[in-house]
Design a protein around this ligand. Structure first.
Ligand SMILES: Cc1cc2nc3c(=O)[nH]c(=O)nc-3n(C[C@H](O)[C@H](O)[C@H](O)COP(=O)(O)O)c2cc1C
Length: 169
């Protein structure tokens, strides 16, 4: 099984069809997220699946009017269940743990031929209120999911040569 073609094919989708995800697709995507690694296997995540149109439109507003937020038929809000734990290197674990989990979901979405887009440009206080997220927790990102209406031009990437060093920086 080769993953690179699917990884290369993935791109953020900014226009979605109205068609809702099948129950099977959604379950497999959530299951992929559940299986992600996390520091000390603490799995500090809670995922809120939003398909209700009224709530999606409110999230669009909280995301400063980004239309693709309200248009995507499914939004997964990736939230923390812990915001304090630091790893032995001093870094907070939750942004990394949640990112792995959402990245796994994005790859499963790609395998299901579904468009997706990570969103972090939003008023977190407002999003927390809309989704009744406890005060002490955080909404780390939103993941949009749906059938692509349109695929944009691929965003360029730096070459391997620009980003890889061996043995020293
Ligand atoms: C951490 C993160 C935050 C992002 N936030 C937003 C966002 O708020 N709104 C948006 O439209 N796209 C957002 N994106 C999508 C990026 O703009 C996109 O991944 C990047 O331009 C590369 O394009 P590609 O995903 O098509 O390869 C975000 C992506 C990441 C990884």
């Amino acid at each position: 099984m080769e993953l690179l073609p699917q990884i290369s094919n993935r791109m953020s989708i900014y226009k979605y069809k109205k068609t809702q995800l099948t129950k099977g697709s959604l379950e497999r995507i959530l299951d992929a997220g559940r299986r992600a690694p996390s520091a000390k296997n603490r799995q500090p995540w809670r995922f809120i699946v939003v398909q209700d149109e009224t709530i999606r439109k409110r999230l669009e507003k909280a995301a400063y009017g980004q239309e693709h937020v309200g248009q995507a038929p499914t939004i997964i809000a990736a939230c923390t269940t812990n915001i304090d734990y630091r790893m032995p290197n001093g870094q907070l674990s939750y942004p990394i743990d949640l990112s792995f989990s959402v990245a796994f979901m994005m790859l499963q979405a790609e395998a299901e031929n579904l468009g997706n887009c990570v969103i972090t440009t939003y008023d977190e206080r407002e999003v927390k209120e809309i989704l009744s997220v406890p005060h002490s927790m955080r909404v780390v990102m939103l993941l949009l999911l749906g059938q692509p209406e349109e695929r944009p031009f691929p965003a360029p990437r730096k070459s391997l040569k620009q980003i890889i060093n061996y043995n020293h920086w």
